[in-house]
Write a protein that binds this ligand. Structure first.
Ligand SMILES: [Zn+2]
Length: 234
């Protein structure tokens, strides 16, 4: 991401309430202090091969994550959406077709969000309030459209760029050099194989104990935070 976009992202994230715009979680007083608490976020799935393997590992390491799913893929693999929810993770809306942001009008973008809402409601019975725009790109019109619906726009502050990697060693190397900071939102893609390696490497990190939570963990009322943390580490 270029420095100007980074600055805009940082400015908005400090000026706008967290319920509307989240780039990372605010450190919490009652957090599980034996670990560094972050959020694994997985975009562009569900994928029939990689998403189940990511879920297996999240289970194995008792981690929780948020999956920003593409509506047409959710429609294709509803059993994976059910599995994500049933295993204690969370779903976010990542539009219906992942149209290139510069090619999509505000109206088209909001229509895709709505289409995905409908699919997710059919599968899970619920809608998600969390939205991540493709490539993290929004115009003012798209952002205002989401805020009028009282959506939480979720971006990230940590990006290993797994979609550009060409082998597992690259991800292993990134993970070994990653210094987690409380509240980091780590961007991964479960339509690529490297997200699987990231979950494994970060959960087995030599230097840091990393505990991943769903993104909504950071939005929970203060009194619920300790409970959520206990549940996540139970
Ligand atoms: Zn995406």
């Amino acid at each position: 991401m270029n420095p100007i976009r980074q600055l805009i992202k940082k400015t908005i994230s400090t000026a706008i309430p967290q319920k509307l715009f989240l780039v990372h979680g605010a450190p919490q007083q009652k957090a599980n202090r034996s670990a560094i608490n972050i959020s694994f976020t997985f975009d562009d799935g569900p994928h029939p091969e990689y998403t189940p393997r990511v879920l297996d590992l999240l289970n194995q390491y008792q981690q929780r994550g948020t999956f920003f799913v593409i509506g047409e893929k959710a429609h294709q693999y509803p059993e994976l959406i059910e599995r994500i929810i049933n295993e204690g993770h969370e779903i976010g809306n990542h539009t219906f077709t992942h149209q290139e942001p510069s090619q999509s009008s505000t109206r088209c973008f909001l229509d895709e969000i709505k289409q995905t809402d409908q699919i997710l409601k059919q599968i899970t019975g619920n809608e998600t309030n969390l939205v991540r725009p493709p490539k993290g790109k929004l115009t003012l019109g798209k952002m205002l459209g989401l805020w009028l619906q009282r959506r939480t726009v979720v971006l990230w502050d940590t990006d290993p760029r797994d979609y550009l990697m060409s082998d597992l060693a690259e991800m292993k190397n990134w993970c070994q050099h990653y210094h987690p900071v409380e509240g980091n939102f780590c961007l991964l893609h479960d339509n690529h194989p490297y997200a699987i390696e990231a979950v494994k490497q970060l959960s087995e990190h030599q230097e840091f104990q990393i505990q991943s939570h769903i993104v909504s963990h950071w939005l929970a009322p203060k009194s619920d935070q300790a409970i959520l943390t206990q549940q996540a580490s139970a």
